[in-house]
Ligand binder design. Structure first.
Ligand code: HEC
Length: 156
């Protein structure tokens, strides 16, 4: 009986830890809003000065966004060059970085909400505020256009 209890505890511990290994780096539900409620209305209304909608930005702006994403913005470190959230630093984060190839995510979020998170971070996660420390506001709008383009529908 005692041996059974010991074996069960070992099994439970194993399940618990392998579970954690499997889930480390997994995204927290990407369809739930990240901007806190008291800022969300304003954030949703925030518009880019360089285009009407990030998903409709010109190929030139998207190309500039790619340079920032893979360069000074350091976004690729976590979000991955693929945009899937599989960058080297992203793999160890919990919750994991956003997978920008997920079109459902893009559909749920206004451009202004993405901008808010780049400026203020997503509290309690590895997504820290990156304006103005890494990039300017204008650069953020360009990088948002690039992030949208990971969704096949918005590719140019
Ligand atoms: C240190 C790792 C790291 C870096 C560098 C990083 N991110 Fe993130 N990012 C994250 C994580 C983790 C999340 C998921 C946060 C969450 O689930 O709330 C995230 C989420 C996001 C989101 C989704 C916000 C939402 O509404 O769900 C956007 C947009 C974003 N990042 C943009 C950027 C941009 C642009 C850059 C570069 C300028 C960047 N990130 C750099 C880790 C990072």
């Amino acid at each position: 009986m005692k041996r059974y209890v010991v074996m069960m505890s070992v099994l439970m511990a194993l399940l618990f830890f392998t579970g954690n290994v499997v889930f480390a780096g997994a995204e927290k539900d990407p369809l739930k809003p990240r901007v806190p409620k008291d800022h969300r209305g304003m954030a949703k209304k925030t518009k880019s000065p360089i285009y009407k909608k990030a998903s409709k930005a010109s190929a030139e702006i998207i190309a500039e966004g790619k340079k920032i994403f893979e360069g000074k913005g350091t976004c690729f470190n976590c979000h991955g060059k693929s945009g899937k959230g599989d960058g080297p630093a992203g793999k160890v984060l919990n919750p994991g970085p956003r997978d920008f190839t997920n079109c459902k995510f893009h559909k749920k979020r206004k451009d202004g909400e993405l901008f808010w998170v780049i400026k203020n971070g997503s509290p309690g996660t590895g997504m820290v505020p990156l304006i103005p420390s890494a990039i300017s506001e204008e650069e953020a709008w360009k990088v948002i256009a690039y992030e949208r383009s990971f969704c096949e529908k918005y590719k140019k």
